[in-house]
Design a protein around this ligand. Structure first.
Ligand code: RTP
Ligand code: MG
Length: 140
């Protein structure tokens, strides 16, 4: 296994309910290290750009509205096999299908307000990390 980096976002439903510490504890307990982190208010253009791969999907407009409905925390997680490790910690997109102990099972409100984003491949992780962070903001 290789040490990887992945882009994580704590979504507006998580910041609104003051859950950032509880969610970060899940990452740290499983051996992922938060090597960059910033709380921001996404602009509509930023959210549309980030989710551009989903622009033809029926949920795109709702997703963008949700992602700008409050602050988010963008972060870089580092660790062994970090991309898949983080997906496992997050759980299924729909909390109804998420396994016990996952972030989404424990905290998500709905398939849309599902508390966290995580990159789904190493290639996408590199693109998504560069979308939010300059190299000097990442401190391993
Ligand atoms: P993410 O990208 O946020 O890590 O989540 P994911 O890979 O598990 O899910 P994806 O298919 O990439 O969808 C991106 C986000 O769009 C919202 N969504 N809403 N209303 C719906 O049917 C629906 N489906 C997806 C969720 O916020 C999902 O995380
Ligand atoms: Mg996705």
């Amino acid at each position: 296994m290789a040490v990887e980096r992945t882009l994580s976002i704590l979504k507006p439903d998580a910041t609104r309910r003051n859950l950032t510490g509880k969610i970060n504890a899940k990452f740290e307990e499983k051996g992922l290290r938060i090597i960059a982190q910033r709380r921001i208010q996404l602009t509509k253009a930023q959210a549309e750009g980030f989710y551009a791969v989903h622009k033809e999907r029926p949920f795109f407009n709702d997703l963008v509205s949700f992602m700008i409905s409050g602050p988010v925390v963008v972060q870089v997680l580092e660790g062994e096999n970090a991309v898949q490790a983080n997906r496992d910690i997050m759980g299924a997109t729909n909390p109804a299908n998420a396994e016990a102990g996952t972030i989404r099972k424990e905290f998500a409100e709905s398939i849309e307000a599902n508390s966290v984003h995580g990159s789904d491949s190493l290639d996408n992780a590199k693109t998504e990390i560069a979308y939010f962070f300059k190299p000097e903001e990442i401190v391993p």
